[in-house]
Design a protein around this ligand. Structure first.
Ligand code: PMP
Length: 404
């Protein structure tokens, strides 16, 4: 079935606006995606019609809101093939990784090893650095090849008797590389390590089945998945969540509190202290239901065609260096332009109405690996069109003329 990007676009109000008198061409979805009407309406309706705090009321609005909040959790669980009690709502992927790192930290000793990769986002680096600083655990880094592919043999060699945790991205936000996470998870488990997968990018572009992947933890953010900011997901296998201590203390996460004793609620509530992001959870549930109603393989094919079109359009551009050419990669083009700073490229493209990102993409070790200090990134989503892909190529070619 052909995918109708124009019909999809019309569901995103923001995409009809102009920037500098030009139609907006939004190529920054890997940083944060735009929101369809279904998400906007679900959140508005909740605020206009059925809103109260969750889990503590005996009145109609509290019960309706609690039902909507828990229905969102059920949508997330279905979406990734998990049990509903294995889904913890967090502020985002960053908070989810911090929660796991902080909880697992209690089980580690100096000299234990955590294996990550050179292509991680800072969200999947810094929380492990905290443990290195505080506990003396050793951070190991699996390398990537010049093509931007994870070196699986080196990964295997870096696994050892002291490896306790392996944390890696399912899909890189810079290279677009999709890692063979099922195989890597098996290798890590064989070495006796727990596995956390950062699914921020992958979950947007492909179906994810956490049971099939078998990772112990899987995290992602709502706002890249066409949902709102302020909400994210920590999936943990039931027995792994049950073994984790609470991350924050407050209302709703306890079983019983007295002056001199405390016991905690079972997961997932143990990890949701205080009033949660109720509206945002409802918005994320709506985003997931909306996305699940599409033919996701057709969406992936559409995005692959857009990427191939851009790559083809830039073929032979001797002023362009593409960072990340892994086979089967996702629709993310990270690049440098000879003689130009990435920020300048992005600012010129903005004048053409084209929104791209420039900087380190929160992946400084990866920038160092490729011997650059910054790069520009165009990332494609289901609402982008072939016409936009061509307009990007055209705008970039004009922009580079300023630096030639
Ligand atoms: N991991 C990856 C791969 C990402 O792309 C991002 C967002 N750029 C994050 C983690 C962090 O997500 P958030 O800022 O929403 O917590």
């Amino acid at each position: 079935m052909a995918f109708d990007a124009e019909a999809i676009r019309s569901q995103f109000p923001i995409l009809s606006r102009q920037v500098h008198g030009k139609p907006l061409i939004y190529l920054d979805s890997a940083a944060s995606a735009q929101k369809p009407r279904a998400v906007i309406d679900a959140m508005t309706r909740a605020m206009e019609y059925s809103y109260a705090n969750v889990h503590r009321g005996l009145h109609t609005l509290a019960n309706e809101t609690t039902d909507a909040y828990e229905a969102a959790r059920a949508s997330v669980a279905r979406f990734i093939g998990a049990d509903v009690n294995e889904i913890v709502f967090t502020k985002g992927a960053t908070e989810a990784i911090n929660l796991v790192a902080s909880g697992l930290g209690a089980t580690l000793q100096a000299g234990d090893e955590i294996l990550i990769t050179d292509m991680e986002h800072h969200a999947n680096i810094v929380p492990w650095h905290f443990l290195r600083d505080r506990l003396g655990v050793v951070l190991k880094w699996a390398p990537v090849t010049d093509q931007g592919v994870l070196d699986v043999e080196a990964f295997q060699r870096l696994l050892g008797p002291r490896t306790r945790i392996v944390a890696l991205s399912h899909m890189s936000n810079v290279l677009g590389t999709i890692n063979p996470v099922k195989t890597l998870t098996r290798m890590a488990h064989d070495a006796g390590a727990l596995v956390l997968l950062d699914g921020c990018q992958a979950v947007v572009h492909q179906s994810v089945d956490v049971r099939d992947l078998d990772a112990d933890f899987y995290v992602f953010s709502g706002h890249k998945l066409y949902g709102p900011t302020g909400i994210g997901v920590l999936y943990g296998k039931a027995e792994r969540l049950a073994a984790l201590p609470p991350y924050q203390g407050g209302g709703e996460m306890i079983a019983q509190v007295s002056r001199d004793s405390i016991s905690y609620a079972d997961p997932p509530h143990r990890f949701e202290a205080g009033t949660p992001a109720i509206l945002e959870a409802i918005g994320l549930g709506a985003a997931i239901e909306w996305l699940s109603g599409l033919d996701r393989e057709a969406v992936a094919e559409h995005e692959a065609v857009l990427y191939a079109r851009v790559r083809e359009g830039l073929n032979g551009a001797n002023w362009l260096r593409v960072i990340g050419e892994a086979p089967g990669k996702g629709a993310i083009l990270t690049f440098t332009v000879a003689g130009a700073h990435a920020h300048d490229v992005a600012q010129i493209l903005d004048r053409y109405g084209v929104a791209i990102r420039a900087g380190t993409h929160c992946a400084e070790p990866l920038m160092t690996r490729f011997d650059i200090t910054s790069s520009a990134r165009a990332s494609f989503a289901l609402y982008n069109t072939p016409g936009e892909a061509d307009a990007f190529v055209d705008a970039l070619t004009r922009a580079q003329a300023f630096f030639a």
